[in-house]
Design a protein around this ligand. Structure first.
Ligand code: G16
Length: 543
């Protein structure tokens, strides 16, 4: 086995986005495309010789090809050991746990998350650092700079490594250890939650359905929900990971989980429905007759976390991404704990978690998690909900209503305009950005603008600054409009519009969400001219 140094030429489009590099499979399949990116990552790291690297993916199409390339390049670059999930599988939160648990140097997470997979679908590569979380911008910027000038990569000349059996094997000077993808994660969950109480909940006749969407959480959910917690067989649906997600779209939202939503809205439906995405870090929570928005779920989990053994001492702080509703802020205020507003992207929570400033984090994009790992964690959110339900012995609907009666309700929705021409989308945002300073004090559709800015984040831990993170227009009554371009799309631009309106504890909590937010839709259109500029008459996805 020899180490080969192979000449290559740079690709201009390898800038990591919100969560690593995400492109269509045909893009990743270009000669040396994967190799260039992985070598650029390794070139941007210091001190990797002899260290351990974790590699795992969500099993999507191209996962197997990319893993073998990654192993060859890791061996040639001097890693001492690679830990890889059996079959190349690791959910994103499990990968984060493995990195932390085995004190690895870092990890390669192969996934395009909730995006569809398949030969024409999406793929992605993300580097996570030693704390288990996505690399901070300092590293992703260095990787991008390297991709622009790379002229060779190193790879060990070796046949494909057999990832089907648990155990260790020698690959050149490097050890490859194939591990059970589920075991360590299941152990971690048992340290956080009252499994006995949740077992009791299922024994009492509580019914649940969990949709793994033919993606990575199937094995995890079956082992934990049906295995350790005694939920009846069949509770986990679509539990076998498929490279194409059974030709589906593994995004746990009300569009792609509509059947489950409809079922939960009937009396005959189960008490609780949940789902997770392609790589297992997102979650969807629906109780009987009650969909819980991700923003509300964050607030509810934060308010009730002390009911789970892992958080019984109380939480020290909460962080949410800027576009996430302010529901959690009210919980933090009541608890008298720190509240942080960060840019979109789980990587921005890492410093706060490492510094012990926050315990629970969440995003409107169906992500919730805590300091147990450094990624959002779909099953963790489901288990915390189950723990709360087991202790409170009330329905999801009753718990949500009680929460609103205490803290008020943040009506919230997100309107996405997908695959918009990038130049048009950028012009729309630039134009609005240019007019922001004129907005404060103006009365729009009866609402007075309190502030209008382009969000800049100052990381309180390392002092770094991240500018241009999204346009915020806040109104005197607590309503808010946020506009930003997604950093995870792979074709054109996705314009996201986030709308929020606050209704106090004694207000009306029973309005139709879209109806309640109609005035803000009107203001957004007046300000940004989405219809006129993009030609779209309505959003592609409403969540
Ligand atoms: C990633 C990030 C999240 C972010 C989401 C959407 O999630 O980890 O922090 O909220 O993308 O980002 P954007 O609005 O830029 O598309 P995932 O689940 O795709 O890894």
């Amino acid at each position: 086995m020899t180490i080969q140094i192979i000449k290559t030429t740079p690709y201009a489009d390898q800038k990591p986005g919100t969560s690593g590099l995400r492109k269509r499979v045909p893009v990743f399949s270009q000669p040396n495309y994967v190799e260039n990116f992985i070598q650029s990552i390794f070139d941007s790291l210091e001190g990797l010789a002899g260290q351990t690297l974790v590699i795992g993916g969500d099993g999507r199409f191209f996962n197997d090809v990319a893993i073998q390339k990654a192993i060859r390049i890791a061996a040639a670059n001097g890693f001492g050991k690679v830990l890889v999930g059996q079959g190349g599988l690791l959910s994103t939160p499990a990968a984060s746990n493995i990195i932390r648990h085995y004190k690895a140097f870092g990890g390669l997470v192969l996934s395009a998350s909730h995006n569809p997979g398949g030969p024409d679908g999406d793929f992605g590569i993300k580097y996570n650092v030693g704390n288990g979380g996505p690399a901070p911008e300092k590293i992703t910027d260095a990787v991008y700079a390297r991709t622009k000038v790379i002229d060779s990569y190193k790879a060990l000349d070796t046949p494909d490594v057999d990832l089907s059996k648990i155990g260790t094997q020698q690959v050149g000077d490097m050890v490859v250890e194939v591990i059970d993808p589920v075991k360590d994660y299941a152990v971690l969950m048992q340290t956080l939650f009252d499994f006995e109480a949740i077992r009791g909940l299922f024994k009492s006749g509580f019914t649940m359905t969990f949709d793994s969407m033919h993606a990575i959480t199937g094995p995890y959910a079956k082992a934990i929900l049906e295995g350790l917690l005694g939920a009846p067989a069949g509770t986990v649906k679509n539990g076998v990971p498929s490279p194409t997600f059974n030709h589906g779209h593994p995004d746990p939202n009300l569009v792609y989980c509509k059947d489950m939503y409809d079922l939960l809205m009937t009396e005959a439906g189960p008490d609780f429905g949940a789902a997770s995405d392609g790589d297992g870090d997102r979650n969807l929570i629906i109780g009987k007759n009650r969909f819980v928005t991700p923003s509300d779920s964050l607030a509810l989990l934060a308010a009730n976390a002390h009911l789970a053994p892992g958080y019984k001492a109380g939480i020290v702080g909460i962080a949410r991404s800027m576009p996430t509703s302010a529901a959690a802020d009210r919980v933090a205020e009541k608890l008298g704990i720190e509240m942080h507003e960060t840019p979109t992207g789980w990587k921005f929570f890492g410093n706060l978690l490492d510094a012990g400033r926050v315990t629970i984090c969440g995003e409107e994009s169906a992500g919730t998690g805590s300091d147990h790992v450094r990624e959002k964690d779909g099953l963790w959110a489901v288990l915390l909900w189950l723990n709360i339900l087991a202790v409170r012995k009330e329905s999801v609907d009753a718990i949500v209503r009680e929460h609103w009666a205490t803290y008020g309700r943040n009506y919230y929705t997100r309107h996405d305009y997908e695959e918009v021409d990038s130049a048009i989308a950028n012009a729309l945002v630039d134009n609005l950005r240019g007019r922001l300073s004129t907005l404060p004090g103006q009365v729009l559709n009866g609402l007075e603008v309190a502030y209008a800015d382009d969000f800049t984040y100052h990381d309180p831990v390392d002092g770094s600054t991240s500018a241009k993170q999204g346009i915020r227009i806040g109104f005197k009554d607590g309503s808010r409009i946020v506009l930003r371009l997604s950093g995870t799309g792979t074709v054109g631009a996705t314009l996201r519009v986030y709308l929020e309106q606050y209704e106090p504890p004694n207000g009306n909590h029973d309005l139709d969400v879209q109806r309640a937010l109609e005035p803000l839709v009107g203001i957004t259109e007046d300000l940004a001219g989405i219809k006129a500029r993009t030609g779209r008459t309505e959003p592609s996805v409403i969540t």
